[in-house]
Write a protein that binds this ligand. Structure first.
Ligand SMILES: [Zn+2]
Length: 152
């Protein structure tokens, strides 16, 4: 982050009230039922909260060729991005055992909102984690580093 990105220094989670947190987690639990995971049988649901208060959901989608498999977090993210969203407050992720988002997903979310809140919940609805994305991806790669390469 730098002074050229003031939008990333605004209040982090103005919409993330207890009620919205509950709604996000429920949305992630619901979309998790749509997960396509015939190979791992590891169902994941994610619900992403934008800085405008909208919610986009995603589930993991596996593929017989394995490489094309995409995580629930990135499905939610690309849905939101394709609708013009660029800033996010929070994401709730529900898995069987409360596993955290993978490195790919952390980096892809970091592109837009390093200070967003990441909520991890297990299949029983127990919250395993609530922290910022930056805590989960210290020193993540930022757009600034691409634009300023060679001068830093
Ligand atoms: Zn992932």
């Amino acid at each position: 982050m730098s002074s050229t990105e003031p939008s990333r220094k605004k209040a982090l989670t103005p919409h993330l009230t207890d009620e919205v947190r509950h709604t996000l987690i429920e949305a992630a639990q619901t979309v998790r039922q749509h997960a396509y995971a015939p190979y791992s049988d590891y169902l994941v649901g994610a619900a992403l909260l934008t800085n405008g208060g909208a919610i986009y959901t995603g589930c993991n989608v596996e593929n017989a060729a394995f490489s094309p498999t995409i995580c629930a977090e990135r499905v939610a993210l690309v849905k939101a991005i394709s609708e013009g969203e660029r800033e996010f407050e929070a994401i709730a992720v529900v898995t069987d055992n409360g596993a955290f988002p993978c490195g790919l997903c952390r980096q892809m979310m970091y592109e837009f909102s390093p200070l967003m809140t990441v909520i991890v919940v297990d299949a029983e609805g127990i919250m395993v984690n609530e922290s910022t994305l930056a805590e989960l991806l210290p020193k993540g790669f930022t757009p600034d580093q691409v634009h300023k390469h060679g001068t830093a």
